[in-house]
Design a protein around this ligand. Structure first.
Ligand code: AGP
Length: 616
């Protein structure tokens, strides 16, 4: 996610802005910038790449000003570049923003027709134009910002300065975080607490719809209607390191808990409920091309490969496209057949995985159209593919992939819906229902996260196990593989995931009292006739119990049958078959996390692992 800092007070604030942005580097970024308002008016300095590039620029230019804002950008719209770096400015107004403006294209067109020209590809620049217009219309900065926000749909943490008012910093929050810091004769703003801790521990977290006006000696809080709000600051006693994790013990734990937000950001601006349509920015597949597709090949590694296994179900069920999937390291060395009309989908959180990049290039060289599902804008795989479907999970710091996985599932479902509608294999009603289900997933995820204590209890019970099995069927079989990968890579417990129907073909020989078995036994209606495997999975549970195995079962709320058979029930809210994988992975992520935490391993940086495997 982007990082924001702001200052209003009595000192030249460039050093504070740079120091604050450094405290936010952990959030990941691809460019940075500052805007200061001083005696010579508004000065904006921006630089692509590392913060040190901006720091050198600031030292060289030595901008002066006792009012300023700074930003580290994690690109969502527009590639990483100097021009796309924040702050964006227009006629003396400068803004920094974290979030996504859903209606930025229509606003950009409206402004262009009014004679505006734009210097960047970003959605954020819209704010500078809208607010400058209101300021020129005679409104003060707070009113101008409020009036501009009324025209915008989307998510934002926004900070604004204007050379017409060198003592005022205005900020607004909707979905993306912002926190105010209270100083003596100065006040501060930041995306996150770490940027403030060198100056103050008295902070106020902004809430949905808040607007705030900061001056040297005042902090005024307003609601969206301009009514004043009274809210007391709170004292933060986190260490700076704890603050980077938002109070969570590990980045992985923080990122597991960010998944509802990440899903909203990935789904939000791409779905039109009323028409059942999906708008995939960056994917140029039209109806003719969609209908000409003969086969899809998915290449990926690790967790992304498991997301591809779920994506295969989506594409075959909804778009009636035959799908082949292979781990990238195998695909690239087997001289694969890539018939005409092939679409190669490369799934990668980092967009830098060497095997996946090479596999996609192999498919491209054999004539396939290439589509990347990536979390990092401008990464190698994203740049190399003809189409790109970005997940908006924000930076994933923990080596074990969590929010990237659930947003990859959402992206694959959106793609399957889009292709199904274009190919005429999916009607608008069913597509609209599935979109409704998908948009409801974040709220269900929050419900599961609220049940963490029961998952913690199960993890503590089995944290000394040396071997574990994870079983699932249908769309849940890849989730079982993912649960096993999570456990093995962060806790070093040997864990294997299997399609439950395979038990009789070997794995059941492993079962005894020492081998706990996690079974995904949720009821997931909607797969269609003959594909409901619930009865079968209950049979698998019985097989394991008959051999003394301990059962940890994922159970749909209210299902007493399975909960009676299990030694531990991890409850999951009911969901339709295609949405269930996004939910069922949560208890498995938390189970793996708490087993590892209890065993004292390095959860965020497990031994022998790297976040991005850029070598073979
Ligand atoms: C998953 O938790 C691991 N970190 C690893 O398997 C990862 O998914 C794999 O290396 C692929 O990475 P990518 O998604 O960045 O391509």
């Amino acid at each position: 996610m982007c990082g924001i800092v702001g200052y209003v007070g009595a000192e030249d604030c460039a050093p504070f802005l740079i120091a604050g942005l450094k405290r936010l580097e952990y959030r990941g970024y691809d460019s940075a910038g500052v805007a200061l308002v001083g005696e010579s008016g508004l000065e904006v300095l921006r630089s692509r790449g590392k913060l040190s590039n901006l720091e050198s620029l600031v030292l060289r230019k030595a901008p002066k000003g006792t009012l300023g804002i700074g930003h580290t950008r994690w690109a969502t719209h527009g590639r990483p570049s100097d021009e796309n770096a924040h702050p964006h400015s227009f006629r003396g107004v400068a803004v920094v923003h974290n979030g996504i403006i859903e209606n930025h294209l229509e606003l950009r067109e409206e402004l262009r027709r009014a004679g505006h020209t734009f210097a960047s590809e970003t959605d954020t620049e819209i704010f500078a134009h809208l607010i400058a217009e209101e300021v020129e219309g005679g409104h003060d900065l707070l009113q101008a910002t409020r009036r501009a926000l009324r025209r915008v749909r989307g998510t934002y943490a926004l900070a604004v300065v204007s050379e017409t008012d060198p003592h005022t910093l205005v900020a607004a929050k909707n979905a993306s975080p912002l926190v105010v810091g209270f100083g003596q004769g100065e006040n501060y703003l930041a995306s996150d607490v770490p940027a403030l801790l060198d100056r103050t521990r008295e902070v106020m977290f902004l809430e949905e719809g808040d607007l705030v006006r900061l001056r040297q000696d005042s902090v005024e809080l307003f609601d969206g209607d301009g009514q004043t709000i009274a809210r007391q600051p709170r004292h933060i006693d986190w260490t700076p390191v704890m603050a980077e994790k938002g109070g969570h013990k590990h980045f992985m734990h923080k990122e597991i808990h960010e998944q509802a937000r990440a899903l909203v950001d990935t789904i939000r601006s791409r779905t039109a409920l009323e028409t059942g349509d999906v708008v995939l920015d960056g994917v140029g597949i039209d109806e003719a091309l969609a209908k000409s597709l003969a086969r899809v090949t998915i290449v990926a590694c690790g967790t992304s490969y498991h997301a591809g296994l779920v994506g295969k179900h989506y594409l075959e069920s909804l778009a009636k496209l035959p799908v082949e999937i292979d781990v990238a390291s195998e695909f690239r060395y087997r001289d694969p057949l890539v018939p005409p009309g092939s679409l190669c989908i490369a799934i990668s959180q980092s967009g830098e995985t060497a095997d996946t990049l090479a596999a996609m290039r192999e498919a491209k060289a054999k004539g396939a159209r290439t589509l990347a599902v990536c979390n990092v804008v401008g990464s190698a795989i994203a740049r190399d593919a003809e189409d790109v479907l970005y997940t908006h999970a924000g930076p994933e710091i923990g080596v074990a992939s969590t929010k990237a996985f659930t947003t990859q599932l959402a992206a694959m479902l959106l793609l399957a819906l889009k292709l199904g509608r274009l190919r005429g294999t999916l009607d608008a009603d069913r597509a609209g229902k599935l979109l409704q289900d998908l948009r409801g997933a974040p709220a269900l995820i929050e419900k599961i996260l609220a049940r963490e204590d029961s998952i913690l209890a199960a993890a503590r019970t089995y944290s000394s196990a040396r071997d574990m099995l994870f079983l699932g069927r249908g769309l849940q079989a890849p989730v079982a593989l993912e649960g096993a990968l999570k456990l093995k890579e962060i806790s070093y417990v040997h864990a294997e995931g299997y399609p439950a129907g395979e038990m009789k073909h070997g794995p059941i020989a492993l079962i005894d009292e020492q081998v706990p078995v996690v079974v995904i036994a949720t009821r997931d209606p909607g797969r269609g006739h003959g594909q409901d495997t619930y009865e079968k999975i209950v049979g698998n549970i019985e097989e394991v119990r008959a051999r003394g195995g301990k059962i940890i079962a994922l159970v749909t709320d209210g299902d007493d049958l399975v909960s009676r058979l299990a030694d531990h029930a991890l409850w999951v809210p009911p969901a339709s078959a295609f949405i269930a994988p996004l939910l069922n992975v949560l208890p498995l992520q938390l189970f793996a996390y708490h087993v590892a935490d209890h065993r004292g391993t390095d959860v965020d940086q497990p031994r022998n692992l790297a976040k991005s495997v850029t070598v073979e």
